[in-house]
Write a protein that binds this ligand. Sequence first.
Ligand SMILES: Nc1ncnc2c1ncn2[C@@H]1O[C@H](COP(=O)(O)OP(=O)(O)O)[C@@H](O)[C@H]1O
Ligand SMILES: Cc1ncc(COP(=O)(O)O)c(N)n1
Length: 267
Amino acid sequence: MKKVLTIAGSDCSGGAGIQADLKTFSAHGVFGMSVIVSVVAENTSRVIDIQDITPDMIKKQIDAVFEDIEVDAVKIGMLSTPACMHAVAEKLKEYHPANVVVDPVMYAKNGCPLMEPTAVDTLIKTIIPFADVLTPNIPEAEKIADMRITSVADMEAAAKKIYSMGCKAIVIKGGHASGNAIDILYDGKDFYRFETSRIATKNTHGTGCTFSSAIASQLAKGLSVKDAVEKAKDYVTKAIEHSLDIGKGNGPTHHFYELYKYGLRDE
Ligand SMILES: Nc1ncnc2c1ncn2[C@@H]1O[C@H](COP(=O)(O)OP(=O)(O)O)[C@@H](O)[C@H]1O
Ligand SMILES: Cc1ncc(COP(=O)(O)O)c(N)n1
């Protein structure tokens, strides 16, 4: 069985962060592991507080996984401060794992910040160069590339700019645009476009976590970046189509719809 590690924040309400990542891994039939970088008291409506795990403990968790288990892919999510970023970067340098997917999480769906705004430079210098695939949404790509994005042409220009910061491929996600949900992939050579119609729902808590974890799962299984992104787009689209009206705000994506569809589980 392929083994995939998420290094991210914990969302106690279960829809995003580590919890969404592990659900996505299970739905892909890979063995999920988790290094918790921050504990976030959050729900579908708001972020109440964030407590970062100490850099020493972040590093020890990463050591505990890598000294024992062969890791086929790593997904990196919320890193709230430069201290967290340095701790993770130090260990990526030591273990140089294959198939690193970085989701540069900056805000929750309800607009609450999950990364210190001044940490963007550290993110660019310490984490982005380790990314085999970087998956910013439009606001995150705007911050990293330091430019406005109002069209697919802007997404492509930002992708080129961010690619030059050292990631091996970049997907800019179009969840925050209007019209069709268009994601673009740039691998330094070619652009690929993944497009679906926009699903009319407010229940999009965890879409980015789901998408990046699906890419990591498919890379672990040996797919190319292009095929992994194509399959992950299909997965996240279905997970949004079947998203759950849980909570008072943006409800979560749903990971086990296939099992329900075939009658293998009760609703
Ligand atoms: N309403 C929607 N309908 C269809 N696809 C969506 C919708 N919202 C987001 N997506 C897709 O979900 C994935 C995550 O995108 P996005 O929501 O922008 O990420 P994030 O959670 O980081 O903000 C992308 O593939 C995007 O195209
Ligand atoms: C701990 C944590 N990590 C990430 C996100 C963003 O989730 P998404 O962008 O997928 O909605 C979140 N709300 N909480």
